[in-house]
Design a protein around this ligand. Structure first.
Ligand SMILES: C[S@@+](CC[C@H](N)C(=O)[O-])C[C@H]1O[C@@H](n2cnc3c(N)ncnc32)[C@H](O)[C@@H]1O
Length: 283
């Protein structure tokens, strides 16, 4: 995976459609809610707080997964739509929402073509979600379009240089190459890229690099969590079933990656992830 900010080749509509069909299946593999609950679940309230979500607001969470941000916005009293390309994780999200005593709407939606009216939402959020849609510009335009003038767009995006960037680079070396014209998702973690995508569609753009920590009881346990629950890892490992040497190399590299980034101890693994917190005010 490279981190070029632009591509000389533009993504063809057919290639984009095909990629999204692969993504829809890939994110349904494993057990996304178990994965999220053990890793990124701590960030939903952080994004909701950073966006200043309050009771009575209408909030759209894009690429919501099982509702990490959406459920937390609903707990604050907002009227929330959780949208995602992959509907397979909604059932787990509905159970988590019911356990939290809130109700929200769950809608199938591609971040590049959101099925909502112009300016329909006060706040539009996406935590490590919209960054995965292949057409970055179309995605940025849609986030802007559905947010009302003066409203807030809040995103969390992995940065290219951090653990997330290295993790997706590692996975990318074992996956089929993406079609020409696809930009790496982690470009959404680079300030200049976000500035260029939102352009004069925003009145202000607050960009901050932050860090959060994923924990586990052992390096092996952390690796097993990904191998059992994280859709992209499950898909790539399944595609290597007929190549045991390559599968073993992926598992070994991933184990080494986790051991190298571990800032804790062998008994309490702590992996730091850098992300770009994006808070934009719609012009
Ligand atoms: C890492 S998960 C993040 C989910 C959630 N935001 C969270 O914090 O747990 C990435 C999500 O992006 C979704 N996704 C990928 N491409 C998408 C697209 N083009 N449109 C909408 N959702 C997409 C996947 O289905 C998946 O649920």
């Amino acid at each position: 995976m490279t981190t070029n900010e632009t591509s000389d080749v533009s993504l063809s509509p057919d290639a984009g459609r095909q990629m999204k069909s692969v993504h829809r299946q890939m994110w349904a593999l494993g057990d996304y809610h178990r994965f999220a609950a053990s890793t990124v679940w701590q960030l939903g309230p952080v994004l909701v707080e950073a966006c200043g979500v309050s009771a009575g607001q209408r909030v759209l969470d894009v690429a919501a997964g099982s509702g990490n941000v959406a459920i937390r916005a609903a707990i604050r009293g907002a009227t929330v739509v959780a949208s995602d390309l992959t509907t397979a994780n909604f059932a787990a999200g509905m159970r988590a929402a019911a356990a939290a005593g809130v109700a929200l709407e769950w809608r199938e939606a591609d971040a590049e073509a959101l099925p909502f009216k112009d300016g329909e939402f006060d706040v539009v959020t996406s935590c490590f979600g919209a960054m995965f849609a292949p057409d970055h510009r179309a995605t940025a335009n849609e986030l802007l379009r559905v947010c009302r003038p003066g409203g807030t767009i809040g995103m969390m995006n992995f940065t290219p240089g951090g653990t997330g960037g290295e993790f997706f680079e590692l996975l990318g070396r074992y996956a089929p190459p993406p079609p020409p014209g696809v930009l790496p998702p982690v470009l959404w973690g680079r300030e200049q890229h976000v500035q260029s995508l939102f352009g004069d569609g925003v009145a202000s753009l607050d960009l901050r690099r932050n860090e959060y920590i994923e924990t586990a009881a052992s390096v092996r346990g952390y690796c097993e969590l990904f191998q059992e629950t994280f859709g992209p890892m499950v898909a790539i490992r399944a595609s290597l079933a007929g190549q045991p040497d390559r599968l073993a190399a992926l598992d070994r590299e991933f184990f080494e990656f986790v051991a190298r980034w571990n800032r804790g101890t062998p008994e309490r693994v702590e992996i730091p992830y850098e992300y770009l917190l994006v808070i934009a005010r719609r012009r």
